[in-house]
Design a protein around this ligand. Structure first.
Ligand code: FES
Length: 126
């Protein structure tokens, strides 16, 4: 049996090649619609933490707006800086529901192994 999926975004609301911010399981994410596939990566740049949704797509590389680090949307690995990468999460498309779906348990497991510096969900309650 496959893991339950969580709706992350409306497919029709995503512009081709335009990174969009999202959150799931307490984790900042970036979604990129490219062709007929959604790509979901960890949303914070490992350099200084800028949100990658503010970046731009160059080919299949997501480029951080702050200092230009890049990450392949297919793998999360940097093409420029050896050993740097962001996590890439499984994402599926449900066209009938107009939904990009993710496995929130997968993201939450990653978050447990990679504690976030700030808990936006808690901060939003203040
Ligand atoms: S914060 Fe992304 S390149 Fe510096």
């Amino acid at each position: 049996m496959s893991a339950p999926k969580t709706r992350l975004a409306s497919w029709s609301a995503l512009a081709e090649g335009q990174p969009q911010a999202a959150r799931a399981g307490g984790v900042d994410l970036v979604i990129v619609r490219l062709g007929d596939a959604p790509h979901v990566l960890y949303g914070r740049c490992p350099h200084r933490g800028a949100h990658l949704a503010g970046g731009c797509l160059e080919g299949r590389d997501l480029v951080c707006r702050a200092h230009g680090w890049d990450f392949r949307i297919d793998t999360g690995e940097s093409a420029q800086i050896e050993g740097e990468r962001v996590a890439r999460f499984d994402a599926t498309l449900d066209l009938a529901a107009d939904a990009v779906l993710v496995d929130e348990a997968q993201i939450a497991a990653w978050a447990r192994a990679n504690p976030q510096a700030f808990d936006e969900d808690e901060l939003s309650k203040l």
